[in-house]
Design a protein around this ligand. Structure first.
Ligand code: NAD
Length: 473
């Protein structure tokens, strides 16, 4: 990839792991077991295109850790997919799940295609065939390995996976739990679509509320008024931009595949999104200026830079020119190890991917639990809670002789819907994870950065799980 000749994403993850391992008490054997990938499945299969041409598709599924099952991790459609990338992403999933206390081992899948070059019919064939290959080798199932969306995939692909799996497992009552990120009508959970972006904003808000970290970054406390630039307006980037704007941040730059735009007074995220839908490009958005090259956005003057596209976009070639005070990794692996060192030396706060973008897997966990329990969140308690709250309001009004205004009354009486419960579970998870990592960073002498603290947190949890299983003394 650009500027890094022999870049290995998996080696980068291993390097970060080793950097953190010295701050833990575990012996080398346990650390080696945690670090390596448990199972790697490389496959290729033929597909007949609508034109009649037959092509061979290369694909992967990697289960990084079986310390907890099922394994969990997204499926990516990208021409850059290779075994190294999928292994790295699977490893990050293990650490991510451990940090947010989601009881899964890490996994990842990748299909080496550019989805823009295929029709929806061809993509469906590829997705269904990939699922069949996973079934053949027992690499998918509600208790085995549960995929989810990632770069280039979404609810549509997850629905195809479920349909293929269910057709080949007739009568399996928990089959809806074989994949998450499904449409709500197919057993998905409300709030999954926006979960990763919303989780990024919950995590970023918590960091911005931390006096020590903001002092280090030379920024005022709070997310309100922070000037943010975001790379990638896909599922993660779009929702991150939207919720950050709703939290009072100012979106000053946006970059997409076709180019990048900026406006220091702020860009309206939905208006840019609509403009892109109408014109096919974010460029020439009224009131904004175009950057000459899309990469220029990464180097713009801003408080927070949020890469939300792909890995290795900030590397030794451009890290020194990054002017943001905080880099919030919404994408997986956007910084190379060299870039990390350069930004740390400059005093930039880097909020690491492996917990900042954990909102997706957190809500996927809620979806999986919903599928296994076969009941919508809130269905049992909503009406009961509303009746109880109405009774309390009536009692309070009767005892005080005062009337509570309608909007407060509506708020107090409201029983939880599925979306309320999912979002509150996500917020709780992201705040708890941030505090845990910041505590490790504060209380471990010599620890260099939040990423190392996040790895220490993950290593300790996975190692404890192994030792408690009795696998190691
Ligand atoms: P997506 O396919 O929905 O969106 C990615 C967007 O990035 C696309 O719109 C694409 O055009 C754009 N893009 C690609 N290269 C670019 C470049 N050089 N400059 C600017 N824009 C570019 O993918 P996504 O699901 O949003 O995933 C993005 C990142 O977030 C990936 O690293 C993924 O692993 C990570 N992630 C996703 C989830 C999830 O729930 N989808 C969860 C955790 C982490």
């Amino acid at each position: 990839m650009a500027n890094e000749v022999h870049y290995s994403f998996f080696h980068n993850v291993e390097r970060n792991f080793d950097k953190a391992a010295v701050f833990t008490k575990w012996d080398g054997g346990i650390l080696r077991q945690i670090k390596g990938c448990n199972s790697v499945y490389q496959m290729s299969f033929p597909i007949k295109r609508e034109s009649g041409e037959i092509i061979t598709v290369e694909a992967f599924r990697v289960q990084h850790s079986h310390h907890k099952t099922p394994c969990k991790g997204g499926i990516r459609f990208s021409i850059a997919v290779d075994q190294d990338e999928v292994m790295a992403l699977a490893a990050l999933m293990t650490y991510k799940c451990a940090i947010v206390n989601v009881p899964f081992g890490g996994a990842k899948g990748g299909i080496k295609i550019n989805p823009r070059n295929f029709t929806p019919y061809e993509l469906e064939k590829i997705t269904r065939r990939y699922t069949a290959e996973l079934i053949k080798k027992n690499f998918i199932g509600p208790g085995i390995d549960v995929p989810a969306p990632d770069y280039g995939t979404g609810e549509r692909e997850m629905a195809w996976i479920l349909d293929t799996y269910s057709a080949m497992h007739p009568g399996e009552i928990d089959s809806a739990g074989c994949v998450t990120g499904k449409p709500v009508s197919q057993g998905g959970v409300r709030g999954r679509r926006e979960a990763t972006g919303l989780g990024v904003v919950y995590g970023l808000t918590e960091v911005c509320n931390n006096d020590l970290l903001m002092k280090k970054a030379g920024l005022p406390v709070g997310i309100k008024g922070k000037r943010i630039c975001i790379q990638g307006l896909g599922n993660v980037g779009y929702h991150t931009a939207l919720f950050a704007q709703q939290s009072g941040a100012i979106i000053v730059g946006l970059a997409e595949y076709e180019g990048a735009i900026y406006n220091y007074d702020g860009l309206d995220v939905d208006a840019v999104f609509t403009h892109r839908k109408q014109t096919g490009s974010i460029l020439d958005f009224p009131g904004a200026k175009n950057f000459e090259k899309r990469q220029d956005a990464l180097e713009m003057e801003c408080d927070v830079l949020i890469p939300a596209a792909l890995e290795n976009v900030i590397n030794s070639g451009n890290a020194a020119r990054i002017r943001a005070k905080v880099v919030a990794e919404a994408a997986n692996g956007p910084l190379t190890a060299e870039a990390d060192d350069i930004l740390n030396a400059k005093g930039v706060i880097v909020i690491p991917d492996m917990y900042l973008n954990a909102g997706g897997v957190t809500v996927s966990y809620f979806e999986w639990l919903k599928n296994l329990s076969h009941v919508r969140y809130g269905r049992l308690e909503k009406r009961f809670t509303e009746n109880m709250n109405k009774h309390i309001v009536t009692q309070v009004e009767g005892l005080t002789g005062k009337t509570i205004d309608k909007s407060s009354k509506d708020f107090i009486e409201h029983g939880p819907e599925e979306i309320d419960l999912v979002r509150s579970g996500l917020e709780e998870t992201m705040i708890t994870a941030t505090r845990e990592i910041v505590d490790i960073w504060n209380n471990t002498p010599g620890i260099p950065d939040l990423r190392t603290a996040a790895y220490v947190c993950a290593i300790n949890k996975v190692a404890t799980s192994y030792t408690e299983l009795g696998i190691f003394p």
